[in-house]
Ligand binder design. Structure first.
Ligand SMILES: [Ca+2]
Ligand SMILES: [Ca+2]
Length: 263
């Protein structure tokens, strides 16, 4: 005998299920240095995957609970210890997260102005792939495969929960997404005082934040514009083709309408 390294291997037998699983599946190993005649107590980490089988109908890995035969030896041909491993029932609920992309609202005042992709991630102590269920605006929960893309304007309350193979359900997680991709519509009309123009704007979802106006004066080949001013009350517009009133509106999300002109 000479000193050296021993590599005890662990194998598991048939899993406690009606589904056919291997008689001996490699489940882990460790390494220990031993002198001649010496013995040692070792711990062998068991790969969780070796305690699972692929459920074809459910399309997922399942960890059956109960007793699993355990074999330890230097190889399959040299089993020295047989025993039993007890896989406890899964009573621990999964957890779930919702990650929006973009991570933060890309508009003003907490509004998004571009489509938002929500990614869901669920983790569990035993189930490799817990099912994610999602409810939008208080509706029924339904299974969500992959991300959820929000493209239409609106205020969304999205709630996710995860369910493991044993039926444990996570605490729900909720995000609110406010999405407005549409600029306001703006109109202008003469008031009864003919030289005064009233400008109004309306906006869906986030609402009008402000209306702005300016004048464009054409002198020969040149255009001169005044700075944008915030509109509060009717403004002057002269019946002069060279002096044009320009106006636009911005919504609370930061969407700015195209510039309109009067006349
Ligand atoms: Ca669990
Ligand atoms: Ca809008």
């Amino acid at each position: 005998m000479h000193s050296g390294a021993a590599r005890p291997q662990a194998y598991v037998g048939n899993l406690p299920t009606d589904v056919a699983t291997p008689d001996r599946a490699h489940a882990g190993f460790t390494r220990v240095a031993l002198e001649p005649g010496q013995s040692a107590e070792v711990a062998i980490p068991i790969d969780r995957r070796s305690l699972q089988y692929w459920d074809v109908d459910a399309n997922r890995w399942v960890t059956p609970t109960g007793a699993v035969p355990l074999y330890v030896g230097s190889s399959l041909e040299d089993i020295r210890v047989t025993g039993e491993l007890s896989v406890p029932a899964d009573t621990v609920a999964p957890t779930v997260t919702i990650t929006p992309d973009p991570a933060q609202p890309d508009g003003d005042r907490g509004w998004y102005v571009s489509p938002v992709t929500l990614a869901f991630a669920a983790t569990d102590d035993q189930d490799a792939a817990p099912v994610v269920e999602v409810s939008v605006n208080g509706g029924e929960f339904s299974v969500q495969d992959g991300p959820l893309v929000l493209e239409a304007d609106g205020v969304y309350t999205v709630t996710a929960r995860a369910r493991d193979a044993a039926g444990n359900v996570s605490e729900p997680v909720t995000v609110e997404i406010r999405l407005d991709r549409t600029p306001p519509t703006v109109t202008a009309e003469r008031t009864r005082l003919r030289l005064l123009i009233a400008i109004s704007a309306s906006d869906q979802v986030s609402g009008v934040a402000s209306i702005q106006y300016r004048y464009r004066l054409t002198v020969g080949e040149r255009d001169i514009t005044t700075p944008w001013r915030r509109y509060v009350s009717p403004v002057l517009a002269l019946p002069n083709a060279r002096l044009v009133l320009e106006y636009r509106a911005t919504d609370n999300a930061g969407n700015v309408s195209a510039v309109s002109t009067f006349p």
